[in-house]
Design a protein. Structure first.
Length: 700
């Protein structure tokens, strides 16, 4: 009976080939560690997907705060009546409702034309509006939340009309007595309203004009954390109340205003990324040409930000605007890698190179000026007025995103027009092409090669293992490579251990070639893992790195692998060779099987090594993708001494499908051991399903 699993494995064709009986040997040639590891090898990529910002990293708690998420419903909002005998209704006054509906005069400004109207005919107890937040409002003990909103109370259901305007077709509604001035209550409370976690009051003035009110709400020390809560603004008086830009901020990372959720920002800072690629991804491009990331409209006070159609099925508030992206990078000690819109949208439309493209090129030049221009420039001065006089650092600008989707072949011309203009004004900036020649020779940039090309890979673990050494044979005379999006897509919504093993194998390949791969970043980075009462998910893309709901967050096994690879990295590539690496048969696709193809043999062990040449510390990474404990022999050549003890940091598990989740957040986390008996030649045993990082102290 005991032999059955082995027999089953053989029958399934997954058994490791006969080489497995010989111990694999990994030789590190430390004397030849001459090539530099790119100093920007590991970074982050981000875009508004999976509620990465709204309902994610951007700390705002109010969903649909400017009432533009839907044109028909006040999404996220509901009516609150303490007693059923109260008579009240809420109505969305949509931005699009213009003449003959004269509600348009309720626009707050040119950016925020929609609002919410609460009409109270009879108030029996409190009546108000509630916001459900992004799958709940997080309640935490001893926490102060900053609430603010624009409100006006009036005695009319409909605003006055100019004399020359046509009379409404419906008879005007009777005037309600103007009782609106006075206290308005603001609270964070349980969804049934029975438990109030924090409460405050503002004093609404009698005015037909918008006015912003602010109040702090503080929870008690003994409050039990929950996300089963809502935000309510309520009155006990009849009248007509209008609301706009309703905002609730919990404490933010380093108390930055309009800032970031601290737990998520800390997880990102902990990854020690060297750059942040933003704002996409598809989010840069937009569904239509008019939906491209409108960076100019994302600057300044949030009351001036209209938001825009996102690329992933929901509207973006643009609370996370260009400056916030830059501050995010700054918080992490990372440098921005700026994606500029290059005239191609997701619906397949494009703008040809030439005069029609010029406004887009000029817009990109303005954007770069905002990032790095000094304060004597127009956009540099604007950045200073926005609170950041110092220019940011910027070396790389990416021209578009995944332009191989543009079947018109217009990218060659578009790229060149952007590159010429950017290089003329900013000779120190390198433009990145989104079409790698290796993959799309016909579509890629003609003539003078791009200096850097962006390659994207979304694969399963088998494909990662099969291709982990693809860069070993890349042309060193071609463009440098930016692996600007990649992931092993296994596990939902965040990745599982097997995906982390695929990732780690792939990263060993990038590290061995870290002279060619100048930057790399996983995607997508963030995912809100909430599901609503109807089973609708907050996310659009499976297999993400960091998961969260309104209250908690966690890292996937892939997150920990990323973090460790970034932490334990030298500045020199140590040439590594191996013998006796076992292989296993990759499963055949139905098609390959039908065509009688032989299964591919894929290695089961992956490795890379780098060295810090100032300290002599070697970082040796070895991945064991199998269920077996695996002995390996390691030879350290070209050193004179090695410390007898080394650190071994591991991510490992018992089963490839094991994972972390919002309810079991630390099932798989790194563990560290000290291993003794390290010599120039030593033979550790790798745990099953493990990513292993040996930190070995040596001297030459
Ligand atoms: O990462 C998700 C999407 O994958 C990105 O928006 C796009 O660039 C790629 O196709």
């Amino acid at each position: 009976m005991k032999k059955l699993p082995l027999l089953l494995l053989i029958a399934a064709g997954f058994i490791i080939n006969p080489a497995f009986s010989q111990t694999p040997v990994i030789n590190l040639n430390i004397a030849q560690a001459n090539k530099d590891v790119s100093p920007m090898l590991y970074g982050l990529m981000t875009e508004e997907i999976n509620h990465s910002y709204d309902g994610g990293l951007y700390a705002e708690l109010i969903r649909n705060r400017v009432f533009k998420d839907s044109k028909t419903e006040p999404e996220g909002w509901s009516l609150v009546k303490e007693n059923a005998s109260s008579e009240a209704v809420i109505k969305l006054i949509a931005a699009e409702e213009h003449v003959p509906n004269d509600e348009r005069r309720n626009a707050l400004n040119g950016a925020l034309q929609a609002c919410l109207r609460l009409t109270v005919e009879k108030a029996d107890g409190r009546v108000g509006v509630a916001n459900e937040g992004y799958w709940g409002i997080p309640v935490k003990p001893s926490t102060t939340y900053k609430a603010s909103f624009y409100i006006k109370g009036t005695d009319r259901r409909e605003p006055p009309r100019w004399p020359w305007e046509p009379k409404p077709t419906k008879p005007p509604l009777p005037v309600i007595e103007n009782n609106t001035p006075g206290p308005i209550t603001v609270s964070i409370e349980s969804n049934d309203g029975k438990t109030v976690y924090a409460k405050g009051t503002i004093n609404l003035e009698k005015s037909i004009y918008w006015k912003q009110y602010e109040v702090n709400l503080t929870t008690a020390a003994d409050v039990k954390p929950t996300k089963e809560a809502r935000f309510v603004i309520s009155t006990d008086r009849v009248g007509v109340y209008y609301f706009n830009l309703v905002s609730l901020f919990p404490p933010t990372y380093k108390d930055q205003s309009n800032g970031f959720r601290p737990d998520l920002m800390q997880m990102l800072v902990d990854m020690k990324p060297k750059f942040l690629r933003f704002p996409g991804g598809n989010f840069l491009e937009g569904p239509k040409i008019t939906d491209a990331f409108p960076w100019k409209e994302t600057l300044g006070p949030i009351a001036n930000r209209p938001g825009h159609n996102g690329s992933w099925g929901y509207r973006a508030s643009d609370g996370m605007g260009l400056l916030e992206f830059l501050l995010w990078a700054e918080n992490m000690g990372a440098e921005p890698v700026l994606g500029v819109y290059a005239g191609y949208s997701l619906d397949g439309d494009h703008i040809d190179a030439g005069p029609l493209l010029k406004p887009y090129v000029d817009d990109a030049l303005d954007e770069i000026e905002y990032v790095i221009g000094d304060t004597s420039t127009y956009w540099g001065a604007k950045r200073a007025r926005d609170g950041h006089p110092d220019p940011f650092k910027l070396q790389y600008v990416e021209i578009g995103n995944e332009d191989w989707f543009d079947r018109s072949n217009s990218y060659d011309g578009r790229f060149k027009q952007f590159r010429e203009a950017i290089e003329a004004k900013y000779p120190n900036i390198t433009c990145i092409s989104t079409i790698p020649k290796t993959q799309y020779p016909a579509m890629s940039v003609k003539g003078k090669d791009a200096d850097v090309v962006d390659e994207h890979y979304y694969r399963n673990s088998w494909d990662m293992w099969e291709n982990a050494s693809q860069y070993d044979s890349y042309d060193r005379n071609g463009p440098k490579i930016f692996v600007g999006e990649w992931a092993t897509r296994e596990g939902k919504p965040t990745t599982n251990l097997n995906a982390a093993l695929g990732d780690a194998a792939w990263m060993t390949g990038m590290e061995r070639n870290a002279d060619l791969i100048i930057m790399s970043c996983y995607a997508p980075l963030l995912v809100n893992v909430s599901t609503d009462a109807n089973g609708k998910r907050a996310w659009q893309w499976d297999s993400d790195l960091i998961g969260y709901d309104a209250l908690n967050s966690y890292g996937s096994p892939s997150y920990y692998v990323q973090k460790l690879f970034s932490h334990y990295l030298g500045n020199k590539i140590v040439p590594a060779t191996a013998t006796n690496i076992p292989t296993q048969k990759a499963p055949l696709s139905k098609k390959d099987s039908a065509e009688g193809k032989a299964p591919k043999l894929v290695p089961t062990i992956f490795y890379s090594a780098t060295m810090n040449d100032a300290t002599g510390t070697i970082y040796l990474k070895i991945v064991n993708t199998t269920a077996n404990k695996q002995a390996v022999k390691i030879n350290l050549d070209g050193i004179s001494t090695v410390a007898p003890e080394a650190n071994l940091v591991m991510v490992k598990g018992d089963h490839p499908e094991e994972t972390n989740s919002i309810t079991d957040r630390e099932k798989i986390i790194p563990v560290t051991e000290t291993i003794k008996g390290i010599k120039k030649s030593f033979s550790p045993k790798l745990a099953p399903y493990s990513v292993n990082i040996f930190e070995i102290k040596t001297s030459k």
